[in-house]
Ligand binder design. Sequence first.
Ligand SMILES: [Cu+2]
Length: 503
Amino acid sequence: MPITVPKDYTASDLEPEHRLWYFREDVGINLHHWHWHLVYPFDGSDAVVRKDRRGELFYYMHQQIVARYNFERFSNNLPRVQRLNNFREPIAEAYFPKMDSLVASRAWPARPSNTRITDMNRELDQIRFDVNDLERWTDRFVEACHQGFVMNTNGQRVTLDERTGIDTLGNIMESSQLSINRPLYGDLHNMGHVFISYSHDPDNRHLESFGVMGDSATAMRDPVFYRWHAYIDDLFQEHKQRLPQYTTQQLDYSGIRVTGVEVQPKQGPVNTLQTFWQQSDVDLSRGLDFNPRGSVLARFTHLQHSNFEYRINITNNTGAQAMGTCRIFMAPRNDERGTPMFFRDQRQMMTEMDKFTVSLNPGNNLMRRNSTDSTVTIPFERTFRNLDRNRPTAGSQNEAEFNFCGCGWPQHMLVPKGLPGTGLPVDLFVMVSNYQDDRIDQDLAGKCNDAASFCGVRDRKYPDRRSMGYPFDRLPRTGVDSLQQFLTPNMATTQITIVHTDR
Ligand SMILES: [Cu+2]
């Protein structure tokens, strides 16, 4: 007998933020986030923490979460998420997790509307920080971005260059033990989580533990997670905005033209994606600490979409075989007021859908790619796999690889929810970049790399030499105000719609 997780168990429709319950409380999304922080810990043995571009991946994976969340907000007639940029202001958004009434083995404290974060002094947890600290760390971070360098612990300047600057800043921001100067730059992102998670009991007088924001397995359930990360992302943009803009020469791939792109769902009209609700049963017995052991099935409702295929026409006029990297993104076409978005805004909502290598014959090529092959996602069965089945020996390399394979955006959340009726208007974007500038030569045999865009590859280099989020990670060249104006011949866009059926 499965335990049914009701659709509306944490709030009612009196709370507008509750419209996004299906995203925030999605078990798969939370599993992805937990796995990500598990395989990219911020402290521990150096061999585990010091992974290729891990600071940059911290920035990029969370930037993409905020982009996707904003997408979903537009699907629910809500405006973009507001940055939590004033630590002295009460937090309007409340969250009452209620997980104890389902399966969690401890009570997760709630945060009522308009709670403020205050100076923290929890003797037992040995946590003592002031709100001032967050403000000081913010200022130092922004100062580094504006000056273009950070100061290491020997008082030497380290330039924030185009290639490694974002990685340095990612490790400072989180912060990880790789931070170049923890005494100076502090621990902004993590402590923000901690401040919010103890906002109901900052000095432990009520003997209450931390709320959901204090654990990577549960943090994404809380609306404030996205306000916090919108703020973190905005700070990274202080650096990104100062990098040289990509020139048309850098963006283009001479001789390669993308002449058309469309999406064809399994059923239904071309260029229309369908979303709907689905009920699934998963075994949650691994998360429970009571006896007897055995299956504990939970039946929950989640977003789903019908699978589809990208069809991309590419002309190769180089006269020889050519290799390229196909990069697919999408973003809402209009803002929350219904007016077409400026490129500056739209680029930050560009949601990565897929990225793969293509081999192009001279002349015309039709590339077909299934949505289930996306390099940001892992299959539904992997997200909800049984962790006891085929589990390698504890502590072995194989076990580490097994754990790593659980990292990846859940396939059922690849397509943002649509709007009913005429649907949500979306710009689909495709680019074929020059493989010579993208390639990383390495052996990936036996490695999980199907969600490499968000998770990298364990103990290997990030399998794309470009900046993460390329070509949308920087401000556009002068004169570019719209996506159309941004395009070089090796790029194309198509207007598609996402239609949601509320059943
Ligand atoms: Cu995170």
